[in-house]
Design a protein around this ligand. Structure first.
Ligand SMILES: [Zn+2]
Ligand SMILES: [Zn+2]
Length: 105
């Protein structure tokens, strides 16, 4: 089952709008610093995109509870096993920083 809207909103509040991933294999020291955009949920071609991730996979009996709901940026989601079930974005534009670098002339 997917998370309910109430659980996702609660987890989003907890996250402070930042990726909650702390996996040591992703190249970020400690917690991932990526800043997320609420409106970009599930839209992996947008800057700040993210999704609600099951810390314990549903296949392993992970519940749809707030404790098992991790707010995770699309970059981190791509490095997880569950990603292969998700749509592949056409290009890599997933952090606000990428846009920041494209200064208007
Ligand atoms: Zn992340
Ligand atoms: Zn990560």
């Amino acid at each position: 089952m997917p998370f309910s809207d109430a659980v996702i909103k609660e987890a989003w509040k907890r996250s402070g709008g930042k990726c909650e991933c702390t996996r040591g294999t992703h190249g970020h020291a400690g917690r991932c610093p990526n800043i997320l955009v609420w409106e970009a949920k599930g839209n992996y071609t947008q800057p700040g995109s993210w999704d609600a991730y099951h810390s314990v996979p549903e296949a392993s009996g992970g519940p749809d509870s707030i404790d098992n709901c991790e707010i995770m940026c699309s970059r981190c989601i791509r490095m997880t096993a569950a990603y292969k079930e998700m749509p592949v974005p056409e290009k890599d534009v997933d952090t606000p920083d990428d846009n920041f670098l494209k200064k208007p002339t």
